[in-house]
Design a protein around this ligand. Structure first.
Ligand SMILES: [Zn+2]
Length: 414
């Protein structure tokens, strides 16, 4: 963690500033703080492998004791949630390796970690819609130089989109240390991860951000009113207005897999006390994305449309340029590296390679079947392109990128 990040951190319980307790065990190199103890007016928290742990759950207390007694490696083991010695060795070997992939490291974290579909995340319909909204809203309010936060950002798939929108590193906040650690290591290198509880006051200063987002997680937050109040506080700064985005939250009036505790559209609207939000049905936004843009945020979906849509996105802002149509841009140069979408299997066919769409399971197909709207059943590619996709695509490969048959993935993703 860069030491300047302390300027925006606040204790979730007393609101006080946090500083490194110099008299206790710590490791730092220059402006980078690696391990140590952070203190406020009311308590002390551990900083573990560069990630501040700003809650008081039992693992955090155990990790704090381990840091205090000079055992930062054990503290990381505790926070990652590894129980057996063999698993710990597998994870630590992957963590120490310069060549281990995201997939291998996730594998070392155990079979239940990440639910299994992370591999397909960058090409799934939910991600494509969320990415388009993040770029439209975040791109408008961040202006290339203001700070964003991805709350419940998990392992950083959308935090990665934020890296394109501002020169100031985005903050990723999540309760799960291992996910935040993976985000910084693989998915969104350069982000500042913070481990905290979304059901408690958020550990940041008022007005520290211009864009606060939470995607695909809000229906699992119990203290929704407090959470929205906290998002409003985080973007309450002077200058151009900021924005709040709650992306892909479920709708109480419909059923969805992994439903959570969703509200009705008007229930969501009532959470906002100081600013009137606009609620969008995800189906219409998905149509915009499939069409190649623009993403039309000037639309006002009817109550009937919202009531029928299983997934909603909510935008609250006073910025006048957000609620308009935004072009969807396909970068032809990869941020990471272009790779074949893992939903395709390659078969040799003369001097061509035939790519065939193949779902990993019936459950996946059930949940994400909308990807058939943009993923062709079969596609062709030359063997040499498949062996080594260029970092900038054009012609046929650009078309495959626009269809999401090839994806811009973080290096060493799988
Ligand atoms: Zn405190």
């Amino acid at each position: 963690m860069h030491s300047s990040t302390l300027d925006i951190l606040r204790c979730p319980y007393c609101g006080g500033r946090l500083s490194l307790v110099d008299s206790l065990f710590h490791r730092r190199s220059g402006d980078d703080l690696q391990d140590g103890i952070l203190g406020c007016h009311c308590c002390i928290f551990p900083l573990v492998d560069g990630i501040p742990v700003l809650h008081l759950q039992s693992v955090a207390i155990a990790a704090r004791n381990q840091v205090q007694t000079g055992q930062p490696e054990l503290a990381r083991r505790t926070m990652v949630g590894i129980e057996s010695e063999a698993d710990a060795e597998a994870f630590e070997a992957a963590a120490a390796s310069a060549t281990a992939t995201y997939r291998e490291t996730v594998h070392a974290l155990g079979p239940n970690f990440e639910g299994g579909y992370f591999l397909y995340r960058f090409g799934d319909p939910t991600f494509l819609v969320a990415d388009a909204i993040v770029r439209a809203v975040g791109g408008t309010v961040l202006g290339g130089s203001r700070r964003a936060i991805d709350i419940c950002g998990g392992s950083g798939h959308l935090t990665r989109s934020l890296l394109d929108l501002s020169a100031v590193p985005p903050v990723l906040a999540d309760l799960y240390f291992a996910k935040a650690w993976l985000a910084r290591r693989f998915t969104a290198p350069g982000c500042e991860p913070v481990c905290c509880d979304g059901n408690a006051p958020l550990p940041f200063a008022r007005g520290a951000f211009s864009f606060a987002m939470c995607t695909d997680a809000f229906m699992y937050i119990w203290t929704k009113r407090q959470f929205v109040g906290e998002m409003s506080r985080l973007i309450d700064a002077d200058g151009d207005p900021g924005a709040i985005l709650i992306g892909h939250t479920h709708n109480l009036r419909t059923w969805t897999p992994s439903h959570g505790q969703p509200l009705t559209p008007e229930g969501y609207a009532d959470l906002f006390e100081t600013i009137e939000p606009r609620i969008f049905g995800e189906a219409n936004l998905f149509e915009d994305v499939v069409r190649g843009g623009p993403l039309d945020l000037s639309r006002r979906d009817s109550a009937e449309t919202l009531n029928a849509d299983p997934a909603l996105s909510i935008v609250a802002t006073r910025h006048r340029d957000v609620f308009r149509a935004h072009p969807i841009v396909f970068p032809m140069a990869a941020r990471g590296e272009f790779r074949l979408n893992p939903l395709y299997v390659a078969e040799a066919d003369g001097d061509r390679v035939r790519l065939r769409l193949r779902f990993p399971s019936d459950d996946y197909e059930q949940e994400y079947r909308a990807c058939r709207r943009y993923l062709p059943e079969v596609a062709d590619i030359t063997p040499s392109d498949l062996d080594l996709l260029p970092s900038t695509v054009s012609g046929r490969l650009a078309d495959l990128a626009k269809q999401h048959v090839i994806l811009d993935l973080p290096p060493r993703y799988y």
